[in-house]
Design a protein around this ligand. Structure first.
Ligand code: MSP
Length: 648
């Protein structure tokens, strides 16, 4: 079975989960979402894969620093990724985690196959290793005296020698060079392929693909003191995420492979343009169709990154400007094929001038004027004046250029072309003075409204991949819905402008941001943190005698009933062993279903004076903790202890 033409598969890199998402990872994911939606609107079925890269030394060390085991550590960030992606309207099909069992199994199967066919062998590796980048940067020889800095990040490397399994990368050198030769447009921008070619033609060494110095990774099949090198594990996600070597999903893989578009930052080109196609060749699979390599978002010419202390918090951006203005800004301002500087004044200007003034106001003025003169519906226009015909022509040219640029993933240029058209529409609307013409020539008035409405409809359809919800609102204001059909673009270029419209007033589409809004939200957040700190530092110490007054004991919840008059409280029956059964009220209904609690052990304050709430007497208190997402968690012993056990 081969992949249907109408199926489109797009991927992002999978992100290291040492912290919450940042603007760099958000950027990669927004590009993928825009690319996917651009295909979707043209009738394609989409598989959009994103996820997290959860193994390796970097994660192991970060977890250790945080005092958590690696799995608990990575688990704690997943909801912040998923929630953030949702908030930014990133409509992924599947979120892969490299700790997912199906992925682990498939990676082991890949390795086993490559061992069997002689593409992987065991030997020793001695080299300079960059811990933050998880990669050997150079082979070390006995004559070396000093550790070189990492060529990627410039940080100090360390000498490392270990028994290792190797992938026979060198055997693929010629095939890779031939592939680049035959596919000069494989990477966008094309220039990237030149760097890759020169790296490959300077001679490829076999690639060390296992580690004994790391324990947090996928166990190497047949040799569990090794774990699979994290980059091999990670690259395989593009296959396993669509069902490769997963028996339950085998036919699914054929529906999506080869992947149509892979988004990645320029820092990880070598992994994707050298190692990755060689692995695919070894597995006898078709190579990805295209790699889109984006530049870095910089602040004052430095890569935006947590470690440089110049990272911008996407959560605050969201609160300050809303998801779609941020999507628009990143796609418009940062040329996808180069580095681009992030600045709040540019962002605020773009949102104010481009979105609120040029686009939002145009719709608002047109619909308000129509309603003011009791026009709520527009019938198909029979003929057009030369001025309207000129606008129609400009629209057609805009659509053609926009499509070429979007297909080439030159999003910033495509948006530039679209905004030139938006300014033509504004120019047309104002020059025609419909508010004056309505007094003398109602037909001409209607024509101006209709030409403007046709233009706005085109703008909304073209812009939907970048601003999906806002453009759906715009279309609603014109009496339309989003179309997903394979002829959408073709029809749009050749359409006669004979649509009918229903004009509806809607809330203002885009609000001009107040200057400095990010700063003020950030300050607020900081002061909240400070307050919390103050709260903790204000706690005074107590004596051991004070502590001994509190009788904390472990008990098992044997029953859990809703307290009818309250929307938070549960009435728990707790078996406290020697202390007997108690009725204890707990305000935890938002975080637990009753069946989550029954049978669980918790910790209870057993000598608190009884108190009546909602007509029920509570004979103690259950201890709870709040996690980062605000959800309440039970405090329980690590393993079961007899009920009534006192905590000391
Ligand atoms: N885990 C690897 C990728 C494995 S893919 C098989 C990784 N993860 S990462 O979290 O460090 O970075 C993921 C992506 O975010 C990369 O494409 C990287 O370029 C991008 N960005 C991180 N910081 C960035 C900027 N400041 N600007 C733009 N993108 C950058 O690498």
């Amino acid at each position: 079975m081969s992949k249907p033409k109408s199926n489109y598969y797009v991927t992002t890199p999978i992100y290291y989960v040492t912290a919450k998402p940042h603007v760099g990872t958000l950027y990669s994911t927004i590009i993928a979402d825009v690319a996917a939606r651009w295909e979707k609107i043209q009738g394609k079925n989409i598989f959009f894969l994103t996820g997290t890269d959860e193994h390796g030394q970097k994660i192991e060390q970060a977890a250790l620093k945080a005092g958590k085991d690696p799995k608990t550590f990575v688990d704690s960030f997943i909801s912040s990724y998923k929630d953030m992606w949702k908030a930014y309207e990133l409509d992924y099909t599947h979120f892969i985690r490299t700790t997912d069992e199906y992925h682990v199994k498939a990676v082991q199967e890949i390795i086993s196959r490559l061992i069997k066919q002689g593409d992987i062998y065991k030997s020793h590796y001695k080299g300079w290793y960059c811990t933050p980048d998880e990669t050997f940067v150079a082979e070390a020889s006995d004559n070396d005296t000093q550790a070189p800095p990492c060529p990627q990040c410039n940080r100090q490397t360390i000498a490392m020698s270990e028994e290792s399994y190797f992938f026979k990368l060198s055997a693929y050198q010629d095939r890779l060079l031939k592939f680049y030769e035959e596919h000069p447009a494989w990477t966008s921008p094309k220039e990237r392929i030149a760097e890759v070619k020169s790296f490959v033609s300077s001679g490829l060494k076999d690639l060390s693909i296992s580690r004994t110095s790391v324990t947090w990774g996928i166990p190497f099949p047949g040799d569990p003191k090794h774990v699979v090198y994290v980059w091999i594990d990670a690259l395989a996600n593009y296959l396993t995420g669509v069902g490769y070597l997963s028996h339950a999903r085998d036919t699914e893989f054929d529906q999506w492979w080869p992947v149509d578009l892979q988004i990645l930052g320029k820092d990880i080109v070598r992994f994707h343009a050298v190692y990755w196609p060689a692995i695919l060749m070894a597995l006898n699979l078709p190579i990805s169709k295209r790699l889109l390599v984006h530049g870095w978002i910089t602040v004052d010419d430095k890569k935006m990154s947590k470690s440089f202390g110049n990272a911008i918090d996407p959560e605050i951006l969201l609160k300050a400007y809303g998801p779609e203005p941020v999507r628009y800004y990143l796609m418009r301002q940062i040329p996808v094929n180069q580095d681009g500087n992030f600045s709040f004044s540019d962002l605020e200007h773009r949102v104010g001038a481009d979105l609120a003034d040029s686009l939002g106001n145009l719709l608002n003025r047109m619909v308000s004027l129509a309603h003011q003169h009791n026009v709520t519906e527009l019938t198909a226009q029979k003929k057009w004046s030369p001025k309207s015909a000129e606008l129609h022509e400009q629209a057609q040219k805009c659509i053609e250029q926009y499509c070429i640029l979007m297909d080439a993933s030159l999003y910033h240029q495509a948006l530039g072309v679209l905004w030139t058209f938006i300014s033509h529409v504004n120019g047309y609307f104002h020059a025609q003075e419909p508010w004056r013409i309505v007094k003398t020539d109602k037909e001409a008035f209607i024509e101006i409204l209709s030409a403007t409405a046709h233009s706005l409809r085109i703008i909304a359809l073209l812009l939907w991949p970048v601003l999906p919800k806002k453009m759906e609102e715009l279309l609603f204001a014109l009496g339309f819905k989003i179309l997903n059909n394979e002829n959408m673009i073709k029809d749009l270029v050749s359409e006669k402008w004979d649509h009918e419209f229903v004009l509806r007033k809607i809330d203002v589409l885009f609000i001009k941001p107040e200057a400095g809004v990010y700063e003020s939200i950030m300050k607020e957040k900081m002061s909240e943190k400070e307050e919390k700190k103050d709260e903790t530092s204000a706690i005074s110490t107590i004596s051991i005698e004070d502590l001994s007054k509190i009788y904390l004991a472990v008990g098992t919840i044997t029953d859990c009933q809703i307290v009818e008059k309250s929307d938070k409280l549960y009435k728990l029956t707790v078996d406290l062993g020697v202390l007997g059964n108690r009725t204890i009220l707990a305000g935890v209904r938002n975080s637990f279903d009753a069946h989550d609690l029954i049978g669980k052990q918790g910790v209870f304050v057993t000598n608190l004076a009884p108190r009546k709430l909602m007509g029920v007497e509570s004979q103690g208190m259950m201890l709870i903790a709040q996690d980062e997402s605000g959800k309440l968690q039970l405090v329980s012993p690590g393993s079961a202890v007899p009920n009534g056990t006192r905590l000391r």
